[in-house]
Design a protein around this ligand. Structure first.
Ligand SMILES: N[C@@H](CCC(=O)N[C@@H](CS)C(=O)NCC(=O)O)C(=O)O
Length: 237
C-alpha cells in the first residue's frame, strides 16, 4: 500500500505533511520545485487542479483502487478518516469542540487564506492604495486576526480547544509561510495570543519535522511578529 503526499516548495501543501507527521502515518514524500513561481508540469500531471497539495492513495482502503485528491481540506479529512482513525478531527461525539472545530477548519481556506491573498494582490504594482476596496481588504484581514486572537485567548491553547486539531493544521500556513509571500507584521500586543500560539506550534516535534522535510535545513519557519519576503518574491535586477 502506498500513500504518496506531494509537496510544492513553500506552499500550503506543508499542511498535509505536518498532518501526516502528527498522525504518525507512513507515507511517501515527493517534493516539487516551483517553476519559477507557479506549479511545475509534474504537479499539473497529477490532477486537473494543477495545484499542491496532491495525495495519491494506491490502493485506497476505501475503494480498493487508486484515489487521487487535490485541495488540502479534502486531503486532511481523508487522511484523518482513512489513515488516522479519526485522530485530530472532531465529530458530533466530541460535544462542545465539534462546532468550533468545523468553523475554524473551514475558516482557514474559506476566509483567512483568501483574505491574505487579496491583501497581497491589493499591494501589488497595479493596485491603488487609496481605493476603498484595498482599505476594506486590509480592515477585513485585521478583523480576522482579532477574531482568531480572541478565540485563542478563550482556549489558551488551540482553535478547537485545549488540544491540537486539524483546524490548526489548516490555519497555520496563512499565519506563517504565506507571510513570506505577503510580508505583514503581527502586532505584539493586539496579536499576542496568535504569537503565543505560533510559538507553541513551532515547538511541536511533528511541525519541526514536517518543515524540515518540506523546506530543508536552512529554512526558518515564519513564527514571529515580523516577516520578510521570500527570495522568489523579490524582483530580479
Ligand atoms: N485551495 C487549494 C489551494 C491550492 C493552491 O493554490 N496551492 C498553491 C500553492 S500555495 C499552488 O499550487 N500554486 C501554484 C499554481 O497555482 O500554479 C488547497 O487548499 O489545496
Amino acid at each position: 500500500m502506498v500513500l504518496t503526499l506531494h509537496h510544492l516548495g513553500l506552499s500550503q501543501s506543508e499542511r498535509v505533511i505536518w498532518l501526516a507527521e502528527e498522525l504518525g502515518i507512513d507515507y511517501k514524500y515527493v517534493h516539487h520545485n516551483r517553476d519559477p513561481i507557479f506549479s511545475p508540469q509534474s504537479i499539473k500531471d497529477l490532477h486537473p487542479a494543477g495545484t499542491a497539495p496532491v495525495m495519491e492513495d494506491d490502493p485506497s482502503p476505501v475503494t480498493g483502487s487508486k484515489v487521487v485528491i487535490a485541495e488540502s481540506g479534502a486531503i486532511a479529512d481523508y487522511l484523518i478518516a482513512v489513515h488516522g482513525n479519526g485522530r485530530l478531527g472532531r465529530t458530533a461525539k466530541d460535544g462542545a469542540e465539534y462546532a468550533p472545530y468545523l468553523e475554524w477548519f473551514h475558516f482557514a481556506n474559506g476566509s483567512l487564506q483568501p483574505t491574505l491573498f487579496r491583501v497581497m494582490m491589493a499591494r501589488g504594482p497595479a493596485s491603488d492604495s487609496k481605493s476603498p476596496v484595498v482599505a476594506h481588504t486590509v480592515a477585513k484581514w485585521n478583523h480576522l486576526l482579532d477574531m482568531m486572537d480572541a478565540r485563542l485567548g478563550e482556549t489558551g491553547a488551540y482553535l478547537a480547544g485545549k488540544e491540537l486539531s486539524a483546524a490548526d493544521i489548516m490555519t497555520v500556513f496563512t499565519l506563517t509561510t504565506m507571510r513570506g509571500f505577503c510580508p505583514i507584521e503581527l502586532d505584539t500586543v493586539k496579536n499576542a495570543n496568535i504569537l503565543a500560539y505560533l510559538k507553541r506550534i513551532g515547538e511541536r516535534p511533528a511541525y519541526q519535522k514536517a518543515m524540515l522535510k518540506c523546506e530543508g535545513e536552512g529554512f526558518k519557519p515564519v513564527l514571529g511578529s515580523k516577516a520578510e519576503a521570500f527570495n522568489i518574491m523579490k524582483p530580479k535586477i
